[in-house]
Structure formats: C-alpha cells, structure tokens
Design a protein around this ligand. Sequence first.
Ligand code: SF4
Length: 461
Amino acid sequence: MESFSPQLMQRFDVPGPRYTSYPTADQFREDPEGAALRNGLGGQVSSVALPLSVYLHVPFCESVCYYCACNKIVTKDHGRAEEYLSYLRREIHSVSSILNGLRGERVQVSQIHLGGGSPTFLGDDQLSVLMHYISGQFSVPGDAECSIEVDPRTVDGLRLAKLREMRFNRLSFGVQDFDLRVQEAIHRVQSYEQVEALMHAARQLRFDSVNLDLIYGLPHQNEETFTRTLEQVCTLRPDRVALYAYAHLPKRFKPQRRIDPVALPNVETKLRLLDKAIEALLHAGYEYIGMDHFALPGDVLAQARKAGRLQRNFQGYHTGTGGDLLGFGVSAISQVGGVYSQNLKTLEGYYGALDEGRLPVERSLMLHDDDRLRREVIMGLMCQGRLEVRSLEKRHGIHFEEYFSDALSRLQEFEGFGLLKRTADELEVTSVGWFFVRPMAMAFDRYLWQHQDHQRFSRVL
Ligand code: SF4
C-alpha cells in the first residue's frame, strides 16, 4: 500500500463519526421500557441475524488513565464486582429467555467479547462463572471466538493460562505507548518487559490472536519516542495492532483535565506520528484493515478483509462470522433485528431497572428504510471499500444517482485526489483512499448533513 501526503492528511482531517453503527448512537431516543429492543428480539423472529455475537461490559478499573473516554468506575473495592455480576446474569437471562423461548432452543453465539473498563478486574473464578453462565444460556460451539481486553498491569502468565482454560482464544492488551514519560503523563505505567513476558506467555498458550492497542497524540509523544515504541511493538509482533488517535476533550471527559495541554503534540506533529506509525507497520508486514486497525496477513481479520467478509459493529471491525450483537452490562449497546439499543449508563439505573423486572434500556432506535439503505452504503465503503451500484438499486428499489445526488457531489473532491474511483456500476476506494474512508462515508450520512454538526465528533485522523 502506498503512503500519503501531509497535504491530504490536513485536507481530510475533519471531525466525524467512527461509524461503528449507522445511524450513530447520538440519534438513539429515550426508551425506558426497552420496547424497541423487545421488538428487535422477538417482534419479527426471522429478522434476528444468527449466530449472535455477545458483548459483556465490565465497568470497573483499579486506577484511572488520564486519556480515558470510556464508561468506567474507578475503585479498588473488588467486592463490587460480585453484585454487578449477579445483575449481569439477570439481564442475560431476561434476553436469552425471550430469544430461546421463541425458538424452543438455545440460540447460537459464535463470538463473545469482554470489554470495559477492565474485564480483568474480575477474579479468575468470577470470569469462569460468567463464561459458564453464557454457555448455559446460549449454544456456544467449541470454535467460537472468545476475546477479552486485558490490562497488562493486572495479569501474569498464570492468569493468562486460566483465561485460556476458560475458552478465551483472543487477547487484546492495552499498551498505548512504551515511553515512560508518556506513561507517567497518562497515569498508566507498564514496562516493555512486562508486556513482552505476557506476549511470550500468550504465544506459548497458543492464543489464536493477540492485539496491542496504541494511541498517538498523547502528551510528550514525539517522532523519536513514538518510533521507538513502534519498533518495540514490531519486535513483539502481535497479530493485530489498533492505532487510535487521542482526542483531547477535557470538557466531556473529566480524567482528561489532568493532562497538561501544553505537553500535547500539535496537529502537524500528531499527523507525522500517524504517518510514522503507518510506515512502520506496513514496512513490518502488517496490512491496513481499515480505520485504526492493522493485522498480519495470516490473521483472520486480514483474511476476512481479503474475502470481502469484514464487518463493523460497536466493537469495531470483526471477521463477519457473527450476526446481530447483544450487549450486556451497564451502557452496553445491542444491534438486533433492525434495532439499536443502549443500556442505562449508571450502576444505580441499571440495577434499578432489573430490580423492577425491566430490560435495563436507556435509549434505542428502530431503523427505517432510508437508515438501512445508508447503513449498507456506509458499511460497504468502510468494510469492503466498494459498492456495487446496480445490486444496491435492485435491493432497495432506488435510482442510485438520483437518490444520492448530494452525496455524490460531495465525493467529487475525493475522486479528484485519486482516493475514490467511480463508474456507473461501482464506487471503489483506492489504496490511499482507505485511510480516508471515514470522511467518504460521511458524505452519505443524512443526519450529519441535516444538522450540520460535525464538530461534536473527534477528528478522523
Ligand atoms: S483506559 Fe481502560 S483501564 Fe484506563 S481507566 Fe479507561 S477503561 Fe480503565
């Protein structure tokens, strides 16, 4: 894959959604009774896409990272986990009862993902009970993808071995940067040696895939320090690397107020860090999967991309082996039967709803025809990098050029820069265009252009 110029980066580094869903989560509307989710789960049985993916949100962390924008609860009181797990099981039971009851059998789940927060805040026994519980409520085949986000400061080789016994076969380590000065400024100190030992253990335990998360744009990062971090990452050779941009929004995210803005790299430096990272990862043999994600050619994510099976949901890119997504836990989001639904974001609200026998839903959205059409277009661009115009017209009964005349005129600039090729039958993102697929997808986002409010999103690069 070719690299791209700083001019291109500056021109298309605009604020915009990450499109883990379309419509984006800010379009969800209040739904305290969870009516839309009930409808998605059971209204039209055939519209639930099986096998399901399951996401379990564990909100607790022992200490706060200053860059954090996640929904988490910082506590050292591990006793709080037991109460949370009892409510989580109640929620899982309510939802699985609806789904299984309609089919007269346990529905199949092919992907399980634990995220947070820090799932490894839970003890081994608690994690094991949770995994057993899921396997009891759903039918989980032996080759299901089971992944867990791991805070390297909370595990050792022995804990990884326990995770492997519990059927986890994919790990994601939060690294962000190996430079000590950067780590101190973000309040997340973990040595290279610590992560190296875990990577070694993960290999010996034969985890199918190991991901490392990195962030660029953090305080005190510069080209020299970040190049060193990238070299260390390439030496560890994880199967996947997720490279996120830090968005400094201290008004929205309280922990970020503890980051000294003077220490943050400026926009030009930040773009150079991104450029360095892309160059280093491609040079080391990684393939660019799409927005933020890189994978070695043998990884299933890279294979799914080549086979045109890549999909995107609230966890980012995935291999496309799972259908609809059920999210469990405080603030978790589900996508099922043409409905998006987000759970209550506070523990108090989440526990209260379950105590009253309600699904713990806060907001939801039922997709209408135009949403479904635009979702297909946006996800087609984001995941496959191409759109077959004629088949889309047939499926949705539209004339593409007329229906999307506004979007197509917005895309002309991308065509001019060689980022997109367009014929009467097809839109195709070029290899350099892959890095700008997010602003291209924005051209089709009806809500974004209706409200002209791009600024509330983080920048795309
Ligand atoms: S970045 Fe992760 S580990 Fe750190 S506070 Fe946020 S959720 Fe917790």
